[in-house]
Design a protein around this ligand. Structure first.
Ligand code: FE2
Length: 171
């Protein structure tokens, strides 16, 4: 059985009653998987990226419960232990768990990106948040200029959010 499918169901149960967060991570997972495949990631890094995309926001729930806030710094603190519990229960490999926990703990940190899994997770999360948070075009342009590095992520961002101006036509 595909362990990522099991992880998706486990996260869906973890986020019980909050379908918006399930929808969010599924969209981030879809973008991350697509970008990783089109960028030709090695299979072990692709597996880390996909698992990280599924659990990247796992820290929101404990942050809200403990602090009444889902601020990024709380999420980055609360997320890794929650991710570790879930991944260990499902029997993921130790090396994957370590890297996924690192990524969960840094997915609001845009400096010090040390790998394509990290880079693509940031891009996939932005591609979803641009729509979900109704980011303005200047904010999207700024993210595009400052965060997006992969050619695939940049194409997806341009096509969806930064289309070339269309000449006014009589129609
Ligand atoms: Fe997210």
């Amino acid at each position: 059985m595909n362990k990522l499918a099991e992880l998706i169901e486990a996260m869906s149960r973890y986020e019980s009653g909050v379908p918006s967060r399930v929808g969010h991570f599924l969209k981030v997972y879809g973008y991350a998987k697509t970008i990783g495949e089109l960028e030709g990631l090695p299979s072990d890094i692709q597996a880390v990226l996909e698992a990280a995309a599924i659990v990247h926001d796992i820290g929101i729930k404990p942050s809200v419960e403990k602090y009444g806030s889902s601020a990024g710094k709380h999420q980055e603190q609360e997320g890794p232990p929650a991710a570790r519990d879930l991944l260990e229960q499902l029997g993921f490999e130790a090396a994957l768990i370590e890297r996924v926990c690192f990524l969960v703990g840094h997915h609001h940190t845009y400096a010090g990106v040390d790998g394509l899994d990290y880079q693509i997770l940031l891009e996939a999360d932005f591609l979803v948040n641009m729509l979900e948070e109704a980011m303005t075009v200047p904010a999207i342009q700024s993210a595009y200029d400052n965060v997006f590095k992969s050619e695939t992520g940049r194409r997806l961002c341009r096509h969806q959010y930064l289309p070339a101006p269309i000449n006014a036509s009589p129609q």
